[in-house]
Write a protein that binds this ligand. Structure first.
Ligand code: FES
Length: 108
């Protein structure tokens, strides 16, 4: 099964199994990963599942949609490789993807 490596704000790393066609957010919530709130459950309307994608991996992702882009405008700690983890869907090509969980998520 593909895996994703989540770097937590304290520098610790957690490797999660992510089935194909699952979002990174779904795997994070399944395993109770701290820092991924995902208030809307994957609807791309809350912005509380923000992650920073490793630069090497970012270019392999489909471009974010308009709703995601709008939310990324307002998330804390936005960077050039920011994405909503509910919109990053695992594929075999993304096996080993590295993402950083920001210390702060959007407050609703
Ligand atoms: S879970 Fe709400 S935007 Fe991703």
């Amino acid at each position: 099964m593909p895996v994703a490596v989540f770097e937590l704000p304290d520098g610790a790393e957690q490797v999660l199994d992510v089935p194909d066609d699952w979002s990174l957010m779904e795997a994070a919530r399944r395993d109770g990963l701290e820092g991924i709130i995902a208030e809307c459950g994957g609807g791309a309307i809350c912005g509380t599942c923000h992650v920073q994608i490793g630069a090497d991996w970012y270019a392999r992702l489909d471009a974010p949609g308009m709703a995601e882009e709008a939310l990324l405008e307002v998330v804390p700690e936005r960077c050039a490789t920011s994405r909503l983890s509910c919109q990053v869907i695992m594929t075999p090509a993304l096996d080993g993807i590295r993402v950083r969980v920001p210390a702060t998520q959007l407050e609703l």
